[in-house]
Design a binder for this molecule. Sequence first.
Ligand code: ASP
Ligand code: MG
Length: 413
Amino acid sequence: MKFGGTSVADTDRIKNAARRIVAAHEKGNKVVAVLSAQGKTTDQLVAQANEISERPVAREMDMLLSTGERISCALAAMAIHDMGQEAISLTGSQAGILTDTSHTKARIVDVRADRIKEALADNKIVLVAGFQGVSTDSKDVTTLGRGGSDTTAVAVAAAIGADVCEIYTDVDGVYNADPRIVPNARMLPVVSFEEVLEMSASGAGVLQLRSIEYARNHGVRIHCRSSFHDGTGTMVVSEEETMEQPLVTAVTHATDEARVTVRGVPDRPGVAGDLFTKLAAASINVDMIIQNEPLGSEHPAEMTFTVPKDDLAVALDTLDEMGEFEAIENDSSMGKVSVIGAGMRSHPGVAAKVFTVLGEEGINIQMISTSPIKISCVIDGDRVPDAVRALHEAFDLGVAEEQATGNFRPVAP
Ligand code: ASP
Ligand code: MG
């Protein structure tokens, strides 16, 4: 059972989480609970670090950030004791979460869950501090990147062979669009790993991307549900387990990327390799890339790609330093809208419909990229809400239509 920051934000909520954990235990389950830091604690710690230092040392950053989760776990353990059950809180390191040494974005390399298993065998409830581990090389505390408690939960679930990894949050489950933009967005009873991966990578704030990859690779069933009520939530399962593959499952969006256009790219082999090697060396994650074949051999090429807004300045510096291009332009007001569905793999016409719908809304498409189960369009950032609503409607994804079309099977997880 993993509880996010909002679900442990204050004393009452910690007690609420503790009650749910105890209830699950008293039903005869063995329970490991992974907790996030309370509310905005991690943000505040990051801000404090930035107040002290312009470039906080990464090792100390992890010492600092990992405290938030420990607080939540210790407090919850106290609450559980008061409810008459035995509980033990563990840091990531004590829980056997072993990582590499890349501070602030470490990867889990192994989970040695002996201590967790022993405590469970003693009929104890185990509380594990999320988002952290210990480096096998340096023995230093590491953290797993923002949102990393999801990954802790999945990794622990895999290591102990849990029946299910329940992710408790302040939303009811995974929605087929952002309900703040689409009021009749529908909660998905079941969704496949592949689809959630694409959703998460294209802007949906459902789960840390890495946690979904980990769950898929280790076959961990994820159940996303509300910490505030007993709703059925969303089951994330393998594609074979989702009986039906709807053409379109969800519409997602992002406004945190910027577009970079490089004009006058010399038309010779190796240029793209060079350019993107330099960007990768600066740790910039490039998303969409477009290059057109130059019109004639004497014309230089033109290349456009997107980067996270936060990395735009570094990206532009990196390109400038190369000094090989005629012009470098950028647009940080772009938005991206994506349509995701496992069924589009085997059905033609989805892309055509997406483009037509956007065209009818008078929304200009600047870039397009696809995967077998996703179509993404870069559009003007201001038009993102209109685009999301129009696509959601066009593919009959709303609550009312769903009953009429039977686009999804109702499943009680
Ligand atoms: N507390 C960390 C964060 O805010 C980890 C997490 O909540 O999953 O990113
Ligand atoms: Mg979180």
